[in-house]
Design a protein around this ligand. Structure first.
Ligand code: THU
Length: 157
């Protein structure tokens, strides 16, 4: 038996101005997308923006429903929309921003397990790393690939 250890490297920024331009514009698109959130039950409003490998940005926001499991997170709204509209383009980055009543907290909103799994599969489908940018107020985290937020990904399909 061996004890193994996993280390995750990620970047942390205190301001969007420290980020590279395309990441900054994706983060801003995610913040803008919060406006599309429909969250009458949780009041937790989230926006997501996906960048495709040709530079196209597709956004989404969480959509809740009285039949609770029928709602969907911002990230999956954006990815499913991108997957449906641009099936041949790889998704190379996703930015996520959100908070109670749409106000960004210092600690960024982090994607749920289901969204991480969906990211993982689109990353495999696209054949390119998909970076993940979590946007908080004065704290932005960048992970260079989905594996960093979902180690030991299930993709035995
Ligand atoms: N939510 C997202 O859209 N993305 C996340 O990363 C976290 C949670 C949504 C789901 C639900 O509508 C609300 O936020 C509260 O969980």
């Amino acid at each position: 038996m061996k004890i193994q250890q996993l280390a995750i490297k990620y970047q942390e920024f205190t301001s969007m101005d420290e980020m590279q331009n395309d990441d900054k514009s994706l983060a801003l698109a995610a913040i803008e997308a919060i406006k599309g959130a429909y969250a009458p039950y949780s009041n937790f409003c989230v926006g997501a923006a996906v960048r495709l490998d040709d530079g196209t940005i597709v956004t989404g926001a969480n959509q809740e429903n009285a039949a609770f499991p029928s709602g969907i997170c911002a990230e999956r709204t954006a990815m499913f929309s991108a997957g449906a509209a641009y099936p041949d383009k790889a998704m190379v980055s996703i930015a996520i921003a959100g908070g109670l009543n749409g106000v960004l907290d210092h600690n960024p909103t982090s994607p749920c397990g289901a969204c991480r799994q969906v990211m993982a599969q689109y990353q495999t489908k696209g054949g390119k790393d998909m970076s993940i940018i979590l946007v908080g107020d004065g704290k932005i985290l960048k992970f260079s690939r989905v594996d960093d937020l979902l180690p030991f990904i299930f993709d035995n399909i």
